[in-house]
Design a protein around this ligand. Structure first.
Ligand SMILES: O=c1[nH]cc([C@@H]2O[C@H](COP(=O)(O)OP(=O)(O)OP(=O)(O)O)[C@@H](O)[C@H]2O)c(=O)[nH]1
Length: 616
């Protein structure tokens, strides 16, 4: 892959993205970068007037965000990551700098300023290389900015308010998200689109080229070219062509090869260089490290699952740092096996290793220990014990179409007694992660009652009642699910706003409600069952009532953002599939729901809201 040498230079480093922005995370992970996310605590309050230009302000803010994370991580365990990336996006119009709106009125003020005009979007980026010398943190900062020009159409007041009420402007610079509903406000864009979204990926790659591949005279002489390759492009680079250096280790001595697992992306296999009849030394093959990583990907998943199963992250959450020998004792495993597993977890960014022993990373503390609101331990265990087996039948599923393995090898997880609690844990963790975003994707304050069909442990119901104090939610799920709900109720947080009703939404009467919710339900079923369910919902829903469907909505070219493996999961596990917005719209309209709208609820989930029309 053409781009891999650039991003590949960071693959064997511990890279941290010092940002809470889901867009930045998505842009960089789609580019193939591996990193941890540690949101910066730097308060964005620099005096704007003290900067000569708006972009100087954005760069300084980005730098301070990254430095704060580097120094916090260094203080925590006396070891900073290798690279910390910070970014800050601002909008400028008429000499003013706009950041994220503080409330709806502020969003209105911003959008009114942008209405019908051209404005600039600047993102400042700081790449901080860290190293520890005599226990002290040493940093080297590289920085740059990118500018994009955007023009808004002339927009009516009504449209502006409708947009503001969608909730989208609130966490976005200038009060709009060009990648989502805000795209409709935009007449044209000149420059890098991703820069507007929050991270100028193209410029970032060029900066990496500048940092890691400074032109070296002997290489230029060694390779005969009609002209010297341009330095402002990152295409067709490999270490062998451009020389290799590492800013963290000083540019002078570059060109060292690494022999770590997965290989260095720029490494060239022995024998692949040679001279042609013109005496040109060229590279005939590029080491396919990205491909090898894909081939090895299942080993990384299995290492994570095994560490979860052995409760490594629980042990280290209670007591850390611990040496491999102590951890082995606590998890009842061999010392040499434990040490290898722990080191793999370090390489995967799940653990940190220092002289005093191993510790969880923040990510592992939050998501891989088995307790805690945002634990994904249940999901990891479900993937290990069930999804793993189902995926061994992927070939069959692909050959035969939907659900080839279903019924032959494993039962539907909710139907199997042994697995239902584990499945509930998996769903609980996953739902907790996105529940607030689903609850706020649309303003639902007009509803006073809701019925969450297949609402499992009530995680979404809890987020809804926290957001809308007037709302009462009835959660309907199978009796064998409801029986285990008390295990998932956080102590002291039971609320009278939520009730649980055992039942089968395909057979039993649906409770009365103004809003019916189907979160991660429809994708489980083929079209005929979806029609059956929607017709039952439609029959119970009064005119003016609503239906809220939370699913990953496919793009029209059928690519789903970050969730392609999930689509295969449905193929091996169910008879269902993910659908596009036109498909959901058509399904809902066929059952009397109109004004069908879409909002994104984070990286992997979208929300579709429809309103029940009066019967003709
Ligand atoms: O069209 C779009 N424009 C901007 C955005 C998002 O807006 C924010 C900008 O805010 P900031 O740079 O301060 O970053 P934060 O989100 O606060 O995260 P940090 O932790 O890095 O400070 C950014 O998220 C953009 O992605 C957008 O989505 N679309």
């Amino acid at each position: 892959m053409v781009l891999s040498p650039v991003i590949g230079k960071l693959l064997h480093k511990r890279v941290v993205l010092a940002s809470a922005s889901p867009r930045r995370r998505e842009i960089l992970s789609h580019a193939g970068l591996r990193f941890e996310v540690v949101p910066s605590r730097f308060k964005e309050k620099l005096d704007k007037a003290s900067f000569p230009t708006p972009y100087a302000y954005a760069i300084e803010t980005a730098k301070q965000k990254a430095l704060e994370v580097a120094s916090r991580m260094h203080q925590k365990d006396l070891r900073a990551p290798d690279v910390v990336i910070g970014a800050d996006t601002i909008v400028t119009v008429g000499g003013l700098i706009l950041e994220k709106p503080v409330d709806k009125q502020d969003a209105y003020r911003m959008l009114s300023r942008l209405n019908g005009k051209e404005h600039s979007v600047f993102t400042g980026v700081a790449i901080v290389h860290c190293c520890t010398k005599d226990g002290q943190l040493d940093t080297e900062v590289s920085e740059f900015h990118e500018e994009t020009t955007v023009k808004f159409s002339e927009l009516s007041e009504e449209l502006l308010w409708e947009y503001i009420d969608s909730g989208e402007p609130m966490d976005k610079a200038g009060g709009y998200g060009i990648q989502a509903l805000g795209g409709m406000l935009v007449e044209y864009v000149h420059g890098d689109f991703l820069n507007v979204v929050g991270f100028p990926l193209n410029h970032f790659c060029k900066k990496l080229v500048e940092l890691y591949y400074p032109p070296r005279r002997k290489d230029v002489q060694r390779v005969k070219h009609d002209s010297i390759p341009p330095v402002d492009t990152f295409e067709n680079l490999s270490d062998a062509e451009q020389g290799s250096s590492d800013p963290a280790q000083g540019n002078e001595g570059g060109g060292h090869w690494r022999a770590e697992a997965g290989g260095d992306r720029g490494q060239v296999p022995a024998g692949s260089q040679g001279a042609d009849s013109n005496g040109t030394v060229g590279v005939t093959a590029q080491f396919p490290a990205g491909l090898l990583e894909l081939i090895d990907g299942f080993k990384a998943s299995k290492a994570l699952f095994t560490a979860c199963k052995l409760k490594v992250f629980d042990v280290l959450k209670d007591e850390a740092p611990l040496k491999a020998m102590d951890i082995a004792g606590k998890i009842d495993a061999s010392v040499c096996g434990t040490e290898r597993l722990l080191d793999v977890c370090v390489a995967l960014g799940l653990l940190e290793k220092a002289d005093r022993g191993y510790c969880n990373t923040d990510l592992a503390d939050l998501h891989l220990a088995s307790d805690g609101e945002y634990s994904l331990h249940g999901l990891a265990m479900h993937s290990n014990d069930h999804a793993w087996n189902l995926f061994t039948d992927l070939e069959l599923a692909v050959r035969e179409g939907a659900n080839a393995a279903f019924g032959r090898k494993a039962e539907h997880p909710v139907q199997s007694k042994q697995t239902k609690l584990q499945f509930m844990r998996a769903m609980h963790g996953l739902t907790n992660l996105t529940a607030r975003q689903v609850a706020t994707a649309f303003d639902l304050s007009r509803f006073t009652s809701a019925c969450d069909l297949g609402g499992c442990t009530g995680a979404l119901a809890r987020a809804l009642t926290q957001q809308y104090p007037r709302l009462k939610v009835t959660v309907v799920d199978l009796p064998e699910v409801i029986e285990h709900v008390p295990c998932f109720q956080p102590e002291g947080r039971q609320t009278e706003q939520i009730s649980f009703v055992p039942g089968d939404f395909f057979k039993d009467n649906l409770p009365e409600a103004e809003l019916y919710i189907l979160s991660r339900i429809l994708h489980e079923w083929p079209d005929d069952k979806v029609h059956e369910l929607l017709s039952r919902v439609s029959g119970s829903c009064r005119p003016g009532g609503g239906i809220l469907v939370a699913e990953t909505v496919l793009e029209e070219n059928r690519a789903a953002r970050g969730s392609l493996p999930a689509s295969l999961n449905l193929l091996v596990r169910t008879q269902g599939r993910e659908r596009t917005l036109p498909e959901y719209r058509s399904l809902l309209e066929q059952h009397g729901f109109w004004d069908v709208r879409l909002a994104h609820a984070g990286d992997r989930l979208d929300v579709v809201l429809g309103t029940r029309a009066a019967p003709p």
